[in-house]
Design a binder for this molecule. Structure first.
Ligand code: HEM
Length: 255
């Protein structure tokens, strides 16, 4: 992916028509398969300054695919009157320096942190041990297992990276599932018991949290299932996934 920045200086008399033209230009832009996303911003300190940010799948896709493709003529027709107002138009590579701030709590904090996840997994593996379908899979589990899984979940949900630092991260978690031959009914039971445990220990029950929580659990258990099958060859190295709220951030009523 590559980010293109286009900086404009538009006189106040033309600002309104400039924004309207860009609203129309956004239609072919959004239609282009080379375009990941875009955003036009206006400077509040110096309102003549606008910055258009477009993320492209690659610089080549932009220059060859979009510029020579079917969406470009309609886009250019709208913005042509403003081409001479451009002060900078360049591609930028994203560096490793990026991240989120704290305006939205992590799933980890929303859940109640390490203490809540420890309670969850303690209760969960209590149910698992008694379960006739999946109990036998865990008959010889390490006594620390509930705590390790809580550490994993904590890291996935935006808490400290303890599983990576103390338990070997993704490669170790993967190695624990390889060759286990988990069946679909066993996978589903694992999910059901975890949700039972979530209710029992009182994890937040709001729709946004539960949707994100279950989204990860579905994803994770389906991967665990696939990776446990005979002959599965998943990547040996991968980062621990970081799960967020998705399309529905937490509902925080305004005070
Ligand atoms: C989101 C889904 C899952 C997560 C996050 C998860 C997490 C983990 C982790 C972190 C470990 C390694 C713990 C350690 O460091 O020692 C582990 C081991 C294991 N998992 Fe999973 N797991 C998932 C799904 C499943 C499913 C669906 C099953 C089977 C129904 C399963 C069965 C096992 C077993 C049998 C072990 C080895 C336990 C032992 O003998 O110590 N896992 N899991």
């Amino acid at each position: 992916m590559i980010v293109e920045y286009i900086r404009y200086r538009i006189h106040a008399d033309r600002a309104q028509e400039f924004e309207t033209a860009y609203r129309r230009a956004a239609v072919p832009l959004a239609n282009a398969p080379q375009c990941v996303d875009y955003e036009l911003t206006r400077c509040v300190d110096e309102p003549a300054c606008y910055v258009l940010r477009i993320t492209w799948t690659s610089a080549e896709d932009h220059l060859e695919g979009f510029r020579k493709g079917p969406d470009f003529p309609a886009f250019l027709a709208e913005i042509r009157p403003y081409v001479t107002d451009i002060e900078e138009m360049r591609h930028y590579e994203v560096t490793g320096v990026r991240g989120r701030g704290s305006s939205v709590p992590t799933l980890y904090d929303w859940a109640g942190g390490a203490e809540a996840l420890d309670r969850l997994t303690e209760t969960f593996y209590g149910l698992v041990r008694k379960d006739e379908l999946i109990g036998p899979l865990f008959a010889h589990m390490d006594p620390g297992h509930p705590r390790y899984v809580a550490m994993w979940l904590g890291e996935v949900f935006g808490g400290p990276d303890r599983y990576t630092r103390e338990r070997g991260g993704y490669p170790h978690m993967l190695s624990q599932h390889l060759g286990k031959g988990i069946t679909e009914p066993q996978r589903r039971r694992w999910v059901n018991l975890l949700l039972d445990a979530a209710d029992e220990v009182g994890l937040p029950g709001d729709p946004e949290f539960r949707a994100a929580f279950l989204g990860y659990i579905e994803w994770g258990t389906r991967l665990a299932f696939a990776n446990s099958q005979p002959g599965a060859a998943p990547p040996a190295q991968a980062p621990v996934p970081h799960w967020g709220w998705g399309v529905a951030p937490p509902y925080i009523p305004k005070g």
